[in-house]
Design a protein. Structure first.
Lengths: 438, 910
């Protein structure tokens, strides 16, 4: 029981990662929150609990969930449907936390979504899932069918007048679909181009109707909060943020993986206790705290708490909370070249700085990595960072995110860039574009 | 009006505008690409970046996009600061990474918005060392040329083609820096408005294919304001000439009519001017039947002999100017002047004119049509009968979107946001036609009925609007849609040859205008001056059959045919009867026609491009077209030939008349309803700021060398005694009336985007005023009795319906390069069930009893059963009489054309 209270999200996650089916889920208290809420608590009460809980979006931006939901108009049911979308298009480089939740405990997400939809009085819910997550998609479809069989989904759920349809939609495979408005465009069958805001999806989203898009992990918290209350949820966190967080580590560590820990756990504890520290013979050079589009931090930041505010103040973002480790034997230029190439490839092609700027940055980095760099290339990169890297210069956050590892690499690893240029070769011995860094 | 500060100067800007519009309207040069005044903002190119400051104390500010930033009271911006201008320079540098350095050989060079913006931002030196991306180009049909490497990915083309014009076969394909704008496979662009891509594209991706073979740069074009002769909408055009050839036609902005866009018939339909079939010299038929060329003097003498003291009759033309028709009528006398419509069409156009004069509803400009919030279309497939009107109707259905947007406080220029919000929620458009139309995709309801049924249905709607509970449910539903609107519009036309449809449309409009709404009635007639001709000729004018009867009675010595191919107006046997019965036939025309072949004297007329005159459009707008270049060889404007005839025949009133202005005045005073044509444009004495308006831009080059291969003696420049325009570079092209706008150009703005320098407010009317004079405003004829009688369908036989086609049904455009390739071979369109019962499949051949030649079968599953449709004007369709009952049978020995490989490209789909 203590376990359940401290790591609610992964209580049904087994070491062998077998999926938790309906019976097992219900046996462990599943759908209790659903039964205790529908028809018994008003949507407004539910929203207040979520607001009070201080839950922040786990997709990367950390926007307060209750606040986001409060922008949805609640008095216009007559004018058409409202939508809830689960963003399960987990494509941030180095991120694999949602996959764990999807594959091991699909009912947890569904219960969270039903209660979220109830709170928002949404009529239809979509799970927009990364196309490679075949197993998760199959499990979710099975789970949705099981819910229909038990009357947890469909018309007049549990005899109340609340109805909800839920669909699984497999993405066609673009990173940009993780951006909520691009996701909506894609779901409508259009090019996955992000949309200008305002209007925000909360008032004009899918099919022009009020729509909430939340990350898998965010939605998985909802029924726990409704069941146990805002205070309980707040008590789970260590620092100013509430709840637990799925943290992950990849790179040359002894025990790469994903763990549910109190939000605000220090980087050092995650890295040294849970990930087992660096592999023998490798030293920590730096790390991207929350996926491929966050700024590098360095060993001096090890004792920082992994929460939104602390990491933000250190010049990076907590992002998805899944770290990528840069060791001392991997070329940092190859590392960011690889990332930049990915982001350039994943640009939707809508706005100029991202579409044409990122490939240029990637080319400059490739030249530097291969030893073809020139001193003025560093000026070009600095100029590109200024030009592409600011929110507002581009149509969405993809390009600014892409420039975060580049700008921080220039800050922390400038000597590597200068050595590559001076020596006309990769000082780590990489001799081809991909560098074999990963 | 909010006050904003830009670079420490205060500006009053329009409420609800965005910053980019405001800057341009204030005369500030802020570069942009993806924004378009008719299409709004999406924020794709990021070119119009400026720095916005929070308040007085904010010294850093943040970069915002001008096109995406609403202007609000007290807002502070910097355009010229280093940060804003540096960012804009960086955008152009990015766009140039992959842009080819081919300006010197690019068809856009010299009028390229990308060139202008590159210079404006100051980008010059290249830092990028990588390779350029390259693309394959596509064949997009005979009108539009594709050169994808020049693309800067501004998305204007697909936004225009798909979002604005409703096309589906041009798309943004692929992603990141490989985005490709093209079709899924090569093939002719399906949209009837594809040619606007040429003007919408800010660089040289889409260019005029008809110009490629005889290319001339914008700066070398001699241009004049013209009016499209392709249909009755009256779109304003800019026609450009070099070396005595018409090079191209582009859009001339008119805020009330065509705005920024033309249809492809209008853009590419004037190429006939350069045809080898142009008649070069006057010619007299010799005894052996051949023609002998004459000089002008001999031709005038001969014409004089044929008119002086003879019993003459004249056939005018709805494609000829008001002035030429007026002179012909004066020459032959009112009672001998046939307006030149077909026997079926003449009463219809007259009826339309009478209804427009007497209706209590507003006869709308195109701009007002775009503002309609409920539309009822009766009979016509307007995409084919008045194409630009169809494009306007397509915009009208978006008014629902703007309403929804207003609720969310979105501004009309927030294009993507509004489209995402509204999705497929549209203002109602109800289409009641015999078969499918190109507007069906945006129609709330489509009813497919035979012509008589359409009229009956519309009368039911009128009855339902009177709260007549006997009306049927469909009619009640449509009435409810119209009644719920603030600006309902009824559109009908003459194309189906059913007068009752016009009456019924007027009846619906009359009911609607009883209420509080401002109802509109728009009646489509076929040709550029159809309405002007009906207003001139009146209801008593003899039609072709009357003239034939008189000729056969021996009452006509000389028949003068003005710019009209009679074989397009009546079956050949009837035209032959008329022409056989007259002693002498004089034909004035620009192109050889079947009628010319029967003439005793042929007089070569200048085309619309080579002469000056007035057309009256379907909204009753009189508009003047001007001579772009003087007609070559022995050609003269028709009014000059006719004035010669009048003078020879001793008409005192015309004895001293020589100029267009004089003819205009004479016509205006002789025909009261046409009095307003004087106001269509300023006369020849007008001067702008004391000087003439030049037809040639300030960079016009090679004038003295142009004819050096012919003679080193340079001919004197032509002197224009007919208008305020000059065949010269000298003069001033600024702020003159819109009717006299010869081209758009402004320092730093060499492309057509310079238009905003001629507008007081971006997207608004021209500074010098909107071209044209509306003749029917203020005319209050008494309401005419409306007859509810409509024709019924002919029993078990098929009823032959004329359904015009955009490329082919109009005579002159169908003979123009490019368009000619799009003219279909003659076809008959069947409903699915009729085709099945006749054992016909699409692509088969059929014969029509009593008509020569075979027709290809098309199947329109939506076509009303019992109807069979043909496209008037196509070769072989001349003997098909509209609305008669026909029997058809499969054609023996018919060779089916190869099936198209891709279903969506082909017509052969069952």
């Amino acid at each position: 029981m203590t376990d359940e209270l401290t790591r609610p999200l992964t209580r049904n996650v087994h070491p062998d990662r077998r999926p938790t089916d309906m019976d097992a889920y219900e046996a462990n208290g599943g759908y209790r929150a659903l039964k205790d809420t529908l028809g018994k608590r008003s949507p407004a009460d539910c929203l207040q609990i979520i607001k009070d809980s201080n839950l922040r979006g786990r997709g990367g931006a950390g926007f307060p969930t209750g606040l986001k939901w409060s922008f949805v108009p609640m008095d216009d049911a007559a004018s058409g449907p409202k939508y809830l979308i689960c963003n399960a298009d987990e494509m941030e480089p180095g991120t694999f936390k949602d996959r764990l939740l999807l594959e091991c405990d699909p009912h947890q997400l569904i219960e969270g979504m039903i209660l979220s939809a109830y709170t928002l009085q949404a009529d239809v819910a979509y799970i927009f899932i990364r196309s490679e997550y075949l197993l998760a998609a199959r499990l979710l479809r099975e789970a949705i069918a099981a819910c229909h069989a038990r009357g947890y989904l469909g018309k007049d759920i549990l005899g109340t007048d609340f109805s909800l349809e839920m669909h699984v939609h497999a993405s066609a495979g673009r990173y940009i679909c993780g951006e909520e408005t691009a996701l909506i465009s894609s779901l409508e069958g259009k090019r996955a181009n992000p949309r200008a805001k305002p209007p925000f999806p909360q008032v004009s989203g899918l099919w022009g109707r009020p729509t909430i898009v939340n990350n898998v992990e965010t939605l998985c918290n909802i029924h726990h909060i409704l069941e146990r209350g805002a205070e309980w949820f707040q008590s789970l966190g260590i620092g100013e943020d509430a709840g637990t967080k799925l943290y992950g580590v990849s790179g040359r560590v002894k025990n790469p993986g994903c763990w549910e820990l109190p939000i605000g756990t220090t980087v050092r504890e995650i890295l040294e206790v849970h990930a087992g520290g660096m592999e023998d013979g490798y030293a920590l050079r730096g790390f991207l705290p929350g996926g491929g589009s966050t700024d590098f931090l360095t060993p001096e930041h090890l004792d920082l708490a992994m929460d939104y505010g602390t990491i933000g103040k250190a010049g990076s973002r907590m992002g998805t909370g899944t770290m990528i480790i840069l060791d001392d034997k991997t070329c940092p230029i190859g590392f960011i070249h690889n990332l930049t190439k990915f982001f350039a490839q994943e640009s939707c092609g809508f706005c100029t700085p991202c579409r044409d700027g990122l490939p240029w940055s990637a080319q400059v980095l490739e030249g530097l990595e291969l030893g073809d760099g020139r001193p003025e290339d560093l000026d070009t990169l600095a100029y590109q960072i200024d030009y592409i890297g600011a929110i507002g210069n581009t149509h969405c956050a993809l390009a600014p995110g892409a420039m975060e590892p580049v700008q921080s690499a220039l800050k922390y690893f400038r000597e590597d860039f200068e050595a590559h240029i001076a020596q006309g070769r990769c000082t780590y011995g990489h001799d081809h574009a991909d560098g074999g860094a990963h | 009006m909010p006050k904003i500060r830009i670079d420490d100067r205060e500006y009053d800007v329009p409420e609800g505008a965005n910053l980019l519009e405001s800057c341009l309207s204030a005369g500030l040069d802020l570069p942009y690409f993806c924004w378009h005044p008719a299409m709004g903002s999406v924020g794709a190119c990021r070119q119009c970046a400026v720095v916005q400051y929070q308040d007085e104390n904010d010294t850093r500010g943040r970069i915002v996009m001008g096109c995406m930033t609403p202007v609000t009271e007290g807002a502070i911006f910097s355009l010229s600061g280093d940060r804003a201008s540096g960012f804009r320079k960086a955008i152009v540098e990015s766009l140039m990474l992959n842009h080819p350095h081919d300006c010197a050989v690019c068809a856009e060079g010299g009028e390229c918005h990308l060139q202008d913006m590159t210079v404006m931002t100051g980008h010059r030196d290249r830092r990028y060392r990588g390779r350029k991306n390259t693309h394959r180009n596509q064949y997009l049909g005979p009108l539009v040329h594709h050169e994808m490497n020049r693309c800067i990915t501004c998305y204007r083309c697909t936004r225009y083609y798909r979002d604005y014009a409703g096309g589906t076969d041009l798309a943004a394909l692929a992603a990141h820096d490989h985005v490709y704008f093209g079709r899924h496979v090569e093939g002719t662009l399906e949209s009837e408005f594809a040619g606007n891509l040429v003007e919408v594209c800010p660089t040289g991706v889409f260019t005029d294919k008809t110009l490629v073979g005889h290319y001339t740069r914008k700066w070398d074009l001699q241009s004049a304001p013209s009016v499209c002769a392709g249909c009755a909408v009256g779109c304003n055009t800019l026609a450009g000439e070099r070396y005595g050839k018409l090079k191209r036609v582009h859009n001339r902005f008119n805020a009330a009519v065509n705005g920024y866009f033309l249809c492809d018939r209008g853009r590419y339909g004037s190429g006939y001017v350069n045809n080898a079939e142009r008649i070069p010299y006057p010619a007299e038929r010799a005894a052996d039947g051949r023609f002998n060329a004459l000089d002008t003097h001999a031709a005038e003498t001969l014409l004089a002999a044929k008119v002086a003291g003879k019993r003459i009759a004249g056939i005018g033309s709805p494609r000829s100017s008001v002035e030429a028709n007026f002179l012909l009528r004066a020459l032959v006398g009112e009672e001998n002047f046939c307006p030149g419509f077909s026997v079926q069409e003449q009463p219809l156009v007259h009826r339309a004119a009478e209804l427009l004069k007497s209706t209590s509803a507003r006869v709308p400009e195109l701009a007002e049509i775009e503002a309609a919030d409920a539309v009822l279309v009766l009979g016509d497939d307007v995409t084919h009968t008045a194409p630009r009107l169809a494009l306007a109707l397509r915009q009208s259905v978006r008014n629902k979107a703007f309403e929804l947007a207003a609720d969310l406080r979105l501004l009309p220029w927030q294009d993507a946001a509004i489209r995402n919000l509204a999705q497929d929620r549209r203002s109602p458009l109800v289409s009641v036609t015999p078969g499918s139309t190109r507007l069906d995709d945006v129609a709330e309801r489509c009813l497919h009925l035979a012509p008589g049924e359409i009229a009956d249905f519309a009368f039911q709607v009128a009855a339902a609007l009177r709260d007549d509970s006997a009306a049927n449910d469909d009619a009640k539903a449509v009435a409810a849609l119209l009644r719920g609107a603030k600006r309902p519009l009824v559109v009908a036309g003459t194309s189906l040859c059913e007068a009752a449809i016009l009456d019924a449309a007027a009846a619906v409009a009359a009911e609607l205008s009883q209420g509080e709404s401002s109802a509109m009635l728009s009646l489509v007639v076929a040709e550029a001056n159809s309405l002007g001709q009906a207003l001139l000729a009146g209801g008593e004018a003899p039609d072709l059959s009357v003239l034939t009867a008189r000729a056969e009675a021996g009452e006509i010595d000389t028949l003068i045919v003005l710019e009209n191919d009679l074989y397009r107006r009546a079956p050949a046997t009837e035209v032959d009867r008329l022409l056989d019965a007259v002693a002498d036939c004089v034909v004035l025309d620009a192109l050889e026609t079947a009628t010319c072949e029967r003439a005793d004297l042929v007089l070569p007329a200048a085309s619309v491009i080579e002469s000056e005159g007035t057309f009256v459009s379907m909204e009753g707008r009189a508009q003047r077209y001007f001579t772009v270049f003087p007609p070559g060889d022995g050609r003269r404007p028709a009014i000059n030939w006719l004035l010669g005839g009048l003078q020879a025949a001793g008409h005192e009133d015309f004895a001293d008349m020589a100029h267009v202005d004089e003819v205009v005045s004479a016509c205006a005073s002789a025909v009261p309803i046409l009095a307003g044509i004087v106001e269509a444009a300023p006369g020849h004495a007008y001067r702008s700021h004391g000087v003439r308006i030049p037809r040639q831009p300030h960079r016009y080059s090679g004038r003295t060398a142009m004819r050096a291969n012919v003679s080193v003696h340079e001919p004197r420049q032509p002197q224009d005694e007919e208008s305020a325009l000059a065949f010269s570079m000298e003069g001033l092209n600024r702020d003159e009336p819109g009717s006299l706008l010869p081209y758009v150009w402004s320092p730093g703005w060499n492309s057509n985007q310079s238009l905003h320098k001629f507008q007081a407010e971006v997207g608004g009317a021209l500074r010098g005023g909107t071209a044209g004079a509306r003749l029917l405003d203020g005319v209050s004829a008494p309401a005419i009795p409306v007859s509810e009688a409509s024709s019924s369908s002919p029993g078990d036989q098929l009823e032959l319906l004329p359904r015009p086609t955009i490329f082919g049904s109009d005579e002159l455009s169908a003979r123009s390069a490019g368009v000619r390739e799009l003219v279909p071979s003659p076809y008959l369109e069947f409903s699915a069930s009729d085709a099945a019962s006749l054992g016909l499949r699409a692509g088969d051949g059929v014969l029509v009893e009593g008509v020569a030649g075979a027709f290809e079968v098309r199947v329109d599953p939506a076509l009303r059963e019992g109807c069979v449709a043909f496209a008037p004007g196509l070769a072989g369709c001349g003997d098909l009489v509209p609305r008669c009952a026909v029997r058809v049978r499969a054609a023996p020995d018919w060779q089916r054309r190869d099936a198209a490989l891709i279903a969506s490209d082909g017509e052969g789909r069952d």
